[in-house]
Design a protein around this ligand. Sequence first.
Ligand SMILES: [Zn+2]
Length: 213
Amino acid sequence: MFETILNFLFPPACSVCGKLNQNWLCPTCEKRVERLEKSCLVEVENKKYEKLLYLFQYESLVRKLILRYKFSNKAYLNHFFANQIAQNEKNRELLKEYHMIIPVPMHQKKMQKRGYNQTELVAHELEKSLGIPMKKDILSKVVNTITQSKLGGKARQSNIQHAFFIKNDIEVEDKKIILLDDIYTTGATSEECSRVLKEAGAREILVLVLAKD
Ligand SMILES: [Zn+2]
C-alpha cells in the first residue's frame, strides 16, 4: 500500500535519464551502461586480500546509476548488476573457485533506516545464478561509522578500524571467500573486512565490487 502511494507520488523513472520506467532503468540507458562494463581483475600486493575484481569504473552513467540505486529499493537493479557480473564467462569461471560470498554488512541502525542492504541483494542474486552460497551471518558491523564518502583517505582508515566483527570463525576457516561491496575508493573497508576474515582463518579473499573510483 505504502509502495503504491510512493509510486503514485514518485513514479518509477530511469535512474540515468529520468524517463518514466517501471524497472528504474530504461532499455536505452541499460545498453549504454552495458557498453561501459569492463570486468577488470587486479592482483594486489601487501593487502589482506589477494584479488580485486571490479565491474565498472565509477564515473558518468555508472556513478549516477549506483548513487540512485543505493538509496531506494530497486529490485531490477540488483538483478541487472548481478547479471552484469555473472554473464561474463571469465568472471563466472573465476568466481566459481570460491566457497562463499560475504556481502559487506551495514550497521543495524543504518539497515533499519534504509530497510535493506543493497550489497546483500546483489549477493543474493549471485547466489541464485552461480550457486555460490551467500553468508550474511558471518561478518557483522558493530560500530556505526560515519559514511566513508564523507571522509578523506586517512580518516577513512581510522573510521573503519575495528568496525567489523566475525560471528562465526569455523565457517571461514581455510575457505576461499568473495567479499562483495558496491564501490571501491581507497579500499579501507575491504582491507578491514579482509583483516578480520584472515584472522579468523580465511585462506584467500577476492574483493568484488560494482565500481572502482
Ligand atoms: Zn534511461
